[in-house]
Structure formats: structure tokens, C-alpha cells
Design a protein around this ligand. Structure first.
Ligand code: HEC
Length: 151
């Protein structure tokens, strides 16, 4: 009887040791490492884009994106701002002289190639800002997309 007790106790001890050692060995060793900070989150892009907009676009399209009647079209909820990304990138990179009709108003002034000397990331940032300001809500534009359109 006493022998069985000793066997039982030692079995328990062995099981306990096994459990503890297994438990500690499965502790993830990298859990405290956060993923490397990314410099292309939409939030960061929007922040940088706002500065570019203020410097290069605001004079014509206004601080609230409402434009100037008969001169410069608004950037609020337009098919160009929310639509095809490649076309939108091209407007900033190459300028725009096609003439547009927005909310029943026609605009025929040419837009110069404001972003001709911008870096890929700067075009992406300013457009990501525009697409997420003035009541707009659209996906971020990536620097890679801009790069792909360079000739
Ligand atoms: C010198 C004035 C001027 C500046 C500076 C300017 N634009 Fe424009 N923009 C225009 C005009 C004028 C048009 C209409 C062109 C046309 O009718 O073909 C236009 C059209 C557009 C359009 C397409 C039409 C629409 O309203 O959706 C977008 C998008 C746009 N601009 C974005 C920008 C961005 C972003 C910047 C800054 C990087 C900028 N523009 C700087 C004058 C300007």
C-alpha cells in the first residue's frame, strides 16, 4: 500500500515537472517585438500630403477643396478624385487641359503640370490627402503606382 503511494506521488511529480518544462519551452520568444514601423500608412501619407496641398494646390482649389467658380473645379466628390487612380495621378504629374464639367459647371482653364518635379511619394501623398479630405473617402494612392506610370 505504501509502495503504491510512493509510485503515485513520484508519477505526479514527474508529470508536474514535464508540464512546467513544456509550458516554459512553448513561451513565444518574439512576443515583445513589435512589427517594424511602416512609413507608408495612410495616416502618415495624409499628413504629408496636406503640406503639399497647402503649398501647391490650395491657391487654385482652395483650402476646403471647393475650387473657384468658372476657374478651378472643386475637388469634392468628383469623378476624377474618387475614380480611376491612374488618371488622377496623371492630372497632377502631367497637367490637365481636357476641360471638365462638374456639378453642371464647365471649367476650361488648363491646369499646369504642378507635380512634374514631385517625387513618386509626394504625388501619392497629396492625392491620398485629397481623396480623404473635403468629405472624400477613398483608398490611398501608392508611390509604386505613381512609379509605374513614369515614362
Ligand atoms: C493654377 C491653378 C491650379 C493648380 C495650382 C492646381 N490645379 Fe488642379 N485643376 C485646375 C484647373 C483649371 C483644372 C481643370 C482643368 C481642365 O478643365 O482641363 C483642374 C483639375 C483638377 C482635377 C480634376 C478635376 C476635378 O476637379 O476633380 C484634379 C483632381 C486636380 N485638379 C487636382 C489638383 C491637385 C492635387 C493639385 C496640387 C498638386 C492641383 N490640382 C493644382 C487648376 C489648378
Amino acid at each position: 500500500m505504501k509502495k503504491t503511494l510512493i509510485v503515485l506521488v513520484s508519477l505526479l511529480v514527474v508529470t508536474a515537472i514535464l508540464l512546467i518544462s513544456c509550458g516554459s519551452s512553448s513561451t513565444p520568444e518574439t512576443s515583445s517585438l513589435a512589427p517594424a514601423a511602416s512609413f507608408s500608412t495612410p495616416e502618415l501619407s495624409i499628413g504629408r500630403g496636406e503640406k503639399i496641398y497647402t503649398q501647391y494646390c490650395l491657391a487654385c482649389h482652395q483650402a476646403d477643396g471647393s475650387g473657384v467658380p468658372q476657374l478651378n473645379p472643386p475637388l469634392k466628390n468628383t469623378a476624377y478624385v474618387l475614380g480611376d487612380e491612374s488618371k488622377l495621378i496623371s492630372i497632377v504629374m502631367n497637367g490637365f487641359t481636357e476641360g471638365v464639367e462638374i456639378n453642371g459647371e464647365t471649367y476650361t482653364n488648363p491646369m499646369p503640370a504642378v507635380g512634374a518635379n514631385f517625387k513618386d511619394g509626394e504625388i501619392a501623398d497629396v492625392l491620398t490627402y485629397v481623396r480623404n479630405s473635403f468629405g472624400n473617402k477613398a483608398s490611398a494612392i501608392s508611390a509604386d503606382h505613381v512609379k509605374a506610370l513614369r515614362k
